[in-house]
Design a protein around this ligand. Structure first.
Ligand SMILES: C[S@@+](CC[C@H](N)C(=O)[O-])C[C@H]1O[C@@H](n2cnc3c(N)ncnc32)[C@H](O)[C@@H]1O
Length: 264
């Protein structure tokens, strides 16, 4: 048992307990049930260190000036990134596999928000070449095979459009699993389960870990050119009371890895 190093701090109401490892691809029912977890996750995501002062500011900084751009937010969850991009003048569509998460998103964004239930692993309900950018915050690592998902995202992007993505950092995952004495094989693609509790609600989530080269190979195989690989710092405006001791002590290891990819 263990926790991701330095990322999910109990002070924001999220805790994670590491479960089993497997290379099994079957998708047992009851896993990744964000519907049962939506309210708790959304509340923690809104204001907690990891999302509000690390992941989301990093995605927005990588996106830069988005005024007037048509953006698809893949795995948009409860919609915090959709809201932030919209506030910056983008025209944003979001999709997520979880109807429960989209219900929370709709409350936040209003009835006229363009939100769809769709599976990143399946065909996407958008015409070719629709979007200037796709954002994919913390969603790709739910998939074993990134090939079909990346091909789908590439298809809906305009030529030269960008995919901006954040995923679990493979080195941080490996350290975490080593710390839990699970002897992870860094070069393997394997899944692991985590029991998450957020805002008093729990869910068992299953993530797929893979080495860095498997990520970059998947991006290039899908027709993307890698423009940026980033390990951004915590946002400087983080309130002192939310600052994890590891960040203050300069012992923090980034939990996520960020990419900007161009549809070539
Ligand atoms: C960690 S949350 C991140 C939500 C949002 N991107 C954010 O940063 O606030 C992961 C989201 O991915 C969604 N998700 C997981 N697998 C998915 C899939 N195959 N297709 C679409 N959405 C998926 C979940 O329902 C959940 O809302």
């Amino acid at each position: 048992m263990g926790r991701m190093p330095n990322d999910h701090d109990p002070s924001e109401g999220i805790s994670a307990r590491l479960g089993s490892f497997s290379a099994d691809s079957s998708d047992p029912p009851g896993l990744n049930d964000y519907d049962s977890f939506a309210e708790g996750y959304a509340a923690s995501n809104e204001t907690g260190f990891v999302h509000a002062y690390y992941e989301r500011p990093a995605m927005l900084a990588l996106a830069g000036d988005v005024a007037g751009r048509r953006i698809l937010d893949a795995g948009c969850g409860s919609g915090p990134l959709v809201a932030a991009l919209r506030d910056r003048g983008a025209i944003v569509t979001g999709f997520d596999k979880s109807a429960g998460m989209l219900e929370v998103a709709r409350r936040r964004l209003g009835d006229d928000a363009d939100l769809r239930v769709a599976d990143l692993a399946g065909p996407l309900p958008f015409p070719d070449g629709t979007f200037d950018d796709v954002t994919a915050s913390l969603v790709l690592h739910y998939l074993e095979d990134w090939g079909p998902a990346l091909a789908g995202l590439r298809r809906v992007l305009k030529p030269g459009g960008r995919l901006i993505a954040s995923v679990n950092h493979p080195f941080a995952e490996n350290l975490w699993h080593r710390g839990a004495r699970l002897k992870p094989d860094y070069l393997a693609t394997y899944n692991y389960t985590v029991e998450w509790t957020a805002g008093g609600q729990s869910a068992v989530l299953r993530f797929w870990a893979r080495p860095l080269h498997a990520m970059t190979d998947a991006f290039t195989a899908a027709g993307f050119r890698i423009a940026v690989i980033s390990e951004p710092p915590v946002a400087p405006d983080i309130p002192r009371e939310l600052l994890p001791p590891s960040v203050a002590d300069r012992q923090w290891i980034p939990g996520f890895l960020f990419f900007v990819l161009h549809a070539s």
